[in-house]
Design a protein around this ligand. Sequence first.
Ligand code: SAJ
Length: 428
Amino acid sequence: MLKKEKTQVSVVGLGYVGLPLAILLKKKRYIVKGIIKNPDKAEAISKGICPFTDKRHVEDLKRHPIETSTVFDEVSNSKIVIICVPTPVKENYYPDYKPVISATKNVAKFLKKGTLVILESTVNPGTMETVVIPRLEKISGLKAGKDFFVSHCPERINPGDDYWNVENIPRVVGSYDRKGLNRTLALYKSILKGKVTPMTSLREAEAVKIVENCFRDINIAFVNELAMSFSRLNIDVVNVINGANTKPFAFLKHLPGCGVGGHCIPVDPYYLINYANKNGFRHDFLKLARKINNNMPKYTIGLLKKGMAKQGKDLKKSTIAVLGIAYKAGIDDHRESPTFEILKIFDKQKIKYVVFDPFIPKKSTVKSLKEALNRADGVIIATNHKEFGRINPTMLTKNKIGVLIDGRNFLNKTIFINSGIYYRGIGR
Ligand code: SAJ
């Protein structure tokens, strides 16, 4: 039985996954030690200052500061070590295991007998057995199952979500052996309200997460393809999706947009595509979905070009306001954001632009929505931040803006069309 107050847990990686988890463990009276590469963030978190803007964690961390260091020594005093480091992809979309390998090696240096090591980072099936466990054993000289225990509990954080959080999201757990599984289930059941479901292996747990996110990616690709098709059939795809969504079963609503960003959805399918490829299977369907979604920024620019031409404006002599850098509304995370793809195409085609995101001033080229519109001849909404919801026809016409491409189908198309503005959404 876990005696929380006497159980020290090291959390490696205190980003959007590790930090909420560390705070929750502390709230549940575990002894928590944070480990993070960045010394400034380590110092801030130790003082209860949250290094990112998620308001939920700012308050929580102030009340429950986490003693955090950049070194791994505290692993030797921890009964449990949970690794929550990023798992990005490289340029060629191959999985980049560097953060996982570095964390694993550092943990192994201080690993003591009886410790339970859990990886929460998203990895493809087989990673625990081929990347993590061999390095833990080789460097520590200990044996998995005999001297230490290993599990995988894939993270399911949904940044910006006001309802689902680290405490209430159900989780799955896979382990190297039965003992490790029992210990891991005991840990998560002692801190979570969400259901904790045991899988029969590490691979199954790794596969669950990848399948969740591939499922989301292919469904987004499906509605993106519908959007491109229906826009030629003069059908509003959003109305059709909402209509289909009235069916109380066997339909799950997804919406088309100017692209798929984030640290998970556009990345995770490549983990499976590459791993399956190495084992002789080609995921043509997953690859096609990725191709469709990766093409949406280009499709969006095509809509803009058509609109500018219709309005008799020379795109080469115009400035476009790109509104939104974050990969989704209400957050400042811009990893894999479609906006960067849009700007890359603009740079290549020498199309002038300004870009504004109220959550990411450092990457904005203007200081306000007003300034962006003052300088624009056309607008692309790339992120449906609440602030952009107040854009109305007058704000455009007074700046002689004749084209609005709504990359998130965010605004009321009718009022813009009725005011003579060339409005196009994605599929409407
Ligand atoms: N998107 C669409 N159409 C949709 C839904 C999303 O174009 O219908 C786009 C978004 O604009 C965004 C990207 O896809 O650019 C990812 O959207 P997301 O809502 O999946 O955002 P994430 O990656 O932060 O959150 C996901 C979780 N989201 C939900 O389940 C709602 C979930 O897949 C995982 O818990 C989490 O990532 C993760 O960590 O895997």
